[in-house]
Design a protein around this ligand. Sequence first.
Ligand code: FEO
Length: 176
Amino acid sequence: MRAGGFPTVIDDRIAQEFNDHIRVEMASSHLYLSMAAWCESHGLPGFSNWMRRQAEEEHQHALKFFNFLLTRGGRVRLADIPAPDQDWDSPLAVFEAAQIHEAEVSQRINTLVDTVMSVRDHAANAFLQWFVNEQVEEEASVGDVVNRLRLVGSEGRGILLVDQELQQREATRLPA
Ligand code: FEO
């Protein structure tokens, strides 16, 4: 299947799944920005910084799907983004929620790989492999914060020390 100006045009079903995944990545960005706001309003600027950086990364992830769809001659169809949660009981609860969220995103990426392989779209598979690896890193990164917060428990000084460490996280430049 070839159309003017494009390499093999992306299958309609794959385009639909990729559009849906743009929504998932944008919703992730929205969720992490909401978590950043919660952390900042609870006197934790380092946790907030970590979440702001994460929100930026998720937006870039959405753009990677956006760009891939356009490069393959697919239509980008943006959809509504649901309102994220806004309240958590503790910094640990925030990061545990993020950890669960990342595990769900990893599952979605794995399902996308299964789908593109079922129609033998090797270009889409190669594209998705970057996300397969990225999810391993993301789950490890948020899991590291969860582990540290579990270690310090509700001890205020320990939480503030972790907060100071997370202040160091800088913006990541992702490959196009
Ligand atoms: Fe882009 Fe954290 O999933």
